[in-house]
Design a protein around this ligand. Sequence first.
Ligand code: AVJ
Length: 325
Amino acid sequence: MTEAGQYISDDERRQVIDGLLAAQARVSPKYFYDLAGSRLFDVITLLDEYYPTVTERGILQRHAADVAAAFRSAAGDCALLVEPGAGSCEKVRFLLPVLRPAQYLALDVSVEFVEQALESLRRDFPQVPMKAQAADIAQAAPWPVPEVEGARLFFYPGSSIGNFTPDEAQALLARIHAQCLGQGGLLIGVDLVKDTAVLHAAYNDALGVTAAFNLNLLRHLNRLIGSDFRAEQWEHHAFYNEPASRIEMHLRAREALTVRWPCPAGGTSTLASERHFAAGDTLHTENSYKYTQADFEALLRRAGFAQVQRWTDARDYFGVFLATA
Ligand code: AVJ
C-alpha cells in the first residue's frame, strides 16, 4: 500500500509506462491498492453481490479443524505458518487455534499495515510467536522464510491466485512447493467457475463500489507516475470472458482523449510520454481467473504437490485446497 511516500522504482515506472503503451493498454492490479483502494476493496467484501470473501470465511470457519487434522496427518505438527499477502490477518484467526503453529510469519508489501494487524492478533493468540516481514511474493527474489525444523504451511487465501494467468499461477505454486522442502503444504482459497450471471454481478455491483475501486486506480497512477488521467473520462467495464475462464476488468474511454506523463528523470528513455485513446478503447486493469475444482487440483499437481484435499461451500462457489508436498 503506497500513500504518503508514493514511491515507485525506476523499474516499476518503466513497467507501468510499457503497459500504458501496449497495443491493448494494461496496468497491474497491484496498483488498485493505495489507501483508498484498500478501503474500497474492504467495502467490496461487504457487498451482497461479492460472494468470495464471505463464502471462504464460512468454509474456514466450518472446516478449520478438519484442515488442521488433515495437515497434521500428512505433514506432522506445523513448525511455521507463512501467509503471503497477509494484509489484515483476519482469516488466519480460524487456523491458529486448531493448527497451533510454533510460529506465524505474515508477509506483505506493506509491513506497517500488517504490524498493526499483528498487535491485536498477539493479544488474542499470545501463545503463538508472530512476525511481519516485507515481501512482494510476485517478485522473483527469494521469500524471507526462516529455516525451521519441521513442517511449513503456506496459507494463501482470498483467491488472489486468480490475478495470475494459469501459467504464472503454476510457476508461483511451484515456488511454494519448493519452499515446503519436502515436508510442508499449501492451504489456498480459489474462486470457482459458476453461473455467469453470479460472476457478472460480483464485479458489477449495484452500488458502484467496484466501479469506484477500478476508477481509483487512475488517481493512484497519477500520483505514482505523474500522469494526468481524469477519472470522469473513463467508465468501469467488467465481464466474464468464458473461453479464458476469467473476469476481465477494464476502464473504457468515454470519449477520445490523450493521457500524458513526464519523461523519466535522466531523459535517456526512448519511451513515449503520452498515449491516445479513441472513444471505447480500454485500459485492462485486472484478470480474475475462475477454476473448476478438477482444473485447480491438476494445477497443484503440475506444480509438484503430491496430495490434494479440498473443502467447498454448499453451492460450490469457492474452494479451499490443502496441497501437501
Ligand atoms: C483480491 C484478486 C481476489 O479478483 O475478486 C474484487 C479483487 N477485483 N473486485 C477478485 C477484486 C474486483 C479480487 N481479488
